[in-house]
Design a protein around this ligand. Structure first.
Ligand SMILES: NC(=O)c1ccc[n+]([C@@H]2O[C@H](COP(=O)([O-])OP(=O)(O)OC[C@H]3O[C@@H](n4cnc5c(N)ncnc54)[C@H](OP(=O)(O)O)[C@@H]3O)[C@@H](O)[C@H]2O)c1
Length: 259
């Protein structure tokens, strides 16, 4: 075994990945890293201006990408996004189900509409995107990899106000296992990353509060994570280094759950 054969396995040249929620935060980072490793990236989200910013970051190092409009709550928009990606690059063999939202409210105050928004975006969206992705590959008899972005919220209760979010992520983690089981026969691997707190737009307001600052002290590594600290888990699951993994959920949380 040589260093170059390990690096070869990490290489994503001639692969195409679709990343949902690529307009900012973790999705922007995932898209950039996949591109740096040689993949063509289909950048999918709703905010066109922010998507263009991600596209520019990738174009600045001569990476290959296109932007597509996607609302993971709309099956029609999901189908159109995959079609556009495939028309440009051919088959899409990596799907990063990253789009997600959180509504931070007491359960007593969470409306049914809030609940539906969180569950539909975080859970139904993962199911709907995976279904289009996997059906395309099964038809073509091609292998593929799905990486779902779950959370440590799937395992532990995060504060008082995130019931819908925690429930959605617990379901995403278990959906990861059920899809992995079912798709193994088609050579489609399904895994998840469960990040702890990584500073992004999703949580930056919370970490400016006293409660947020106290929370950081409870994390064994005593700090928030940075988006780039998910690169290792992402590349393991997207590359041939992770070829014998399916149904796994990789926690990257500075020890939050064990603390
Ligand atoms: N940051 C953390 O600490 C952390 C920890 C654990 C898990 N996560 C998970 O990681 C993922 C990314 O989080 P983040 O921190 O990067 O959040 P973020 O900065 O708020 O970004 C969320 C992304 O999701 C997209 N999105 C939301 N609703 C969408 C919809 N209906 N259709 C398509 N795209 C949609 C947004 O794009 P548009 O608004 O442009 O559509 C945006 O790109 C989420 O699933 C989150 O639950 C984050």
């Amino acid at each position: 075994m040589t260093n170059s054969s390990i690096l070869e396995k990490l290489n994503l040249k001639n692969k195409t990945a679709l990343v949902t929620g690529a307009s900012r935060g973790l999705g922007r980072r995932f898209s950039t890293v996949l591109s740096k490793m040689g993949a063509n990236v289909v950048l999918a989200a709703r905010n066109k201006d922010k998507l263009k910013e991600t596209e520019q970051i990738i174009k600045n190092f001569n990476g290959e990408c296109i932007t597509v409009d996607i609302d993971v709550n709309s099956e029609e928009s999901i189908s159109r996004a995959f079609e556009k990606g495939e028309n440009k690059y051919g088959e899409i063999s990596i799907l990063i189900n990253n789009a997600g939202i959180a509504v931070s409210k007491s359960s007593l105050k969470t409306s049914i509409e809030d609940w539906d928004n969180v569950i539909n975006t975080n859970l139904r969206g993962v199911f709907a995107c995976s279904k289009v992705f996997a059906n395309n590959l099964v038809k073509q008899k091609k292998p593929g990899k799905i990486v779902n972005i779950s959370s440590i919220a799937a395992e532990i209760v995060l504060g008082n106000y995130l019931s819908s979010y925690c429930a959605s992520k617990a379901a995403v983690s278990h959906l990861t296992r059920t899809m992995a089981f079912e798709y193994a026969k088609y050579n489609i691997q399904v895994n998840a990353i469960a990040p702890g707190y990584i500073l992004t737009d999703l949580n930056k307001n919370f970490f400016e509060t006293d409660e947020g600052k106290e929370m950081i002290k409870t994390i064994p590594q005593k700090r928030l994570g940075k988006p780039e600290e998910l690169d290792g888990a992402l590349l393991l699951l997207c590359s041939e280094l992770g070829s014998f993994m399916t149904g796994s959920i990789i926690r990257v949380d500075g020890g939050h759950v064990i603390g």
